[in-house]
Design a protein around this ligand. Structure first.
Ligand code: HEM
Length: 480
């Protein structure tokens, strides 16, 4: 038997198909408040989309720890072999809006939440181990160059290559993006990375630097430009479909969770700056250690409630895991929660999808849409037995020295790792990389931009630069 239709206030709803009118041909009545409410609610259905990573797909599952990591971190989620923790994931596109075709070349977001016994822990990463810029001041400009032209409202190759060609720190990530991994065949067949270096601290206070790698058990598979273009015209939601259908059919995707661990002092003296997110740490120097696996086995029951309203943040740490001084990460620690206050409102952490599994006790109160608050004491210090601090959860400091200044963030070797990436590619992959660059950078009108960018490729690897120059018809003497 169907449920009876009610208004949002629970009153029985008599007619959902005919408005109340003054006579059969007369105008609609003000007293038809169900009609007015229905129209008013509809008008407010859309909330601001995420300013970046607007389009995505989410799912739930379980992380199983297969290797106890208490030697390196006291974080409960990584202590106790066999421990299981519920997870939420959201994969996404970066630049396009909510309705954008899924299969256009773009970095993919890989945001993973662990609902731990000590609160929510989020790793908000991408499917690439590096990023385009390493100072948060540059992030809004970078994103503007990926989005729409303020005059024409069109996305242009000109804008993004203009930004990249004047930001040589981007060449490593640009090489990833223009390479095969810039177009994964599905969200299930791509790896994820925490990208930044984070800090782990064990129960004795020893500190380590850590990098996360999430390795797709399905293997890495990508799409060619032709497949991507065809798919974009046939199914704009291809990646969303693929993930949803796989889970619906019981074909549960999983990822191995691996870490690279660097001893504290060694990490500070590594040959590249481990706090510069445009650089990787070589797996030869610090091999991946597999610590567990997560499997996705549950689709959202309501997309809006469980995916659109999910509020991930790189600032969501748990005791035993802390930020590093990576400057881009430091900027992100502010950016996300601020965006979510704007996007979802001040009490967004109270939404079921964002609530931790453990109880929350603090002195924050009220605000729009506050719910579930009791009358307990709302100030500290107090004599009413209010919640008390947890000194063991204190962060561990790093020694700092120097002047306050507008410092250049990191050393200026932007090119050697981009060159390594190029040299790692198979001959076929190199051919596709050059073709893709030709098809995008090659359409940029400004010769200055084309030359500037190709010079970067040349500095990364002479052959790389020369091949791009040849493909773009640029004279070699301009790029050497
Ligand atoms: C989403 C800012 C760099 C991965 C977002 C959002 C903001 C933001 C405001 C939307 C959050 C929301 O409304 O819920 C920034 C800033 C950055 C930065 C200011 C640099 C200073 C990065 C980097 C990565 C990354 C380096 C990956 C390594 C993501 C992902 C999402 C996201 C995966 C989507 C999260 C979700 O699925 O809800 N970013 N971002 N971002 N960002 Fe960043």
């Amino acid at each position: 038997m169907n449920e009876k239709l009610t208004t949002s206030q629970g009153q029985p709803w008599a007619d959902n198909n005919h408005s109340q009118t003054a006579g059969t041909r007369g105008p609609i009545l003000m007293q038809d408040y169900q009609l007015l409410e229905k129209l008013a609610h509809f008008n407010r259905e859309r909330i601001p989309e995420r300013v970046v990573h607007a389009k995505g797909a989410g799912a739930k599952g379980t992380f199983k720890l297969t290797r106890d990591m208490s030697q390196y971190t006291k974080a409960d989620v990584f202590n106790g072999e066999g421990k299981e923790t519920p997870v939420l994931i959201r994969f996404s596109q970066v630049a396009g809006e909510l309705g954008y075709p899924d299969t256009l070349r773009d970095v993919r977001g890989f945001a993973l939440r662990f609902y731990t016994q000590e609160g929510n822990y989020d790793v908000v990463g991408n499917n690439t181990p590096v990023f385009f810029v390493n100072d948060p001041l540059k992030f809004p400009d970078f994103i503007h160059s990926q989005k729409r032209d303020p005059a024409t409202h069109l996305r242009t190759q000109e804008m993004q290559w203009d930004f990249w060609s004047h930001s040589p720190e981007s060449v490593h990530q640009v090489t990833y993006l223009m390479g095969d991994r810039g177009n994964p065949a599905s969200y299930r067949t791509m790896n994820g990375y925490g990208s930044h270096t984070f800090k782990w601290v064990n129960a004795s206070g020893e500190q380590f630097w850590v990098k996360y790698h999430f390795v797709a058990a399905q293997g890495v598979q990508n799409m060619t430009n032709e497949q991507a273009a065809k798919t974009a015209s046939e199914d704009t939601d291809f990646l969303l479909h693929d993930l949803y259908d796989a889970i619906e059919q019981g074909n549960y995707p999983s990822w191995k969770v691996c870490v690279q661990i660097l001893p504290y002092e060694e990490g500070l003296n590594y040959k590249y700056d481990i706090f510069d997110v445009t650089k990787t740490v070589s797996k030869k120097d610090y091999p991946r250690i597999e610590i567990g696996e997560f499997t996705l086995n549950e689709n959202p029951v309501n997309y809006f409630d469980e995916v659109e309203e999910a509020a991930f943040s790189p600032a969501n740490f748990v005791p035993g895991i802390e930020p590093s001084p990576d400057k881009l990460l430091q900027g992100r620690l502010f950016g996300y929660k601020d965006a979510e206050r704007y996007r979802l409102g001040i009490n967004y952490e109270n939404l079921p999808i964002n609530k931790p599994v453990n109880a929350v006790h603090n002195y924050e109160r009220d605000g729009f849409m506050s719910q579930g608050q009791d009358g307990s004491v709302n100030y500290e210090p107090n004599s009413h037995g209010g919640p008390v601090e947890v000194p063991e959860a204190r962060m561990h400091g790093d020694a700092v020295t120097g002047q306050t200044e507008y410092s250049k963030p990191y050393e200026v070797d932007h090119f050697s790792q981009a060159g390594d990436l190029y040299r790692l590619m198979t001959p076929d992959a190199k051919d596709r990389l050059i073709e893709t660059i030709k098809g995008t950078l090659g359409t940029v009108e400004s010769k200055e931009i084309r030359v500037l960018e190709t010079k970067q490729f040349y500095q990364a690897d002479h052959e790389y630069g020369e091949r791009v120059a040849q493909a773009l018809g640029l004279p070699m003497e301009k790029i050497r």
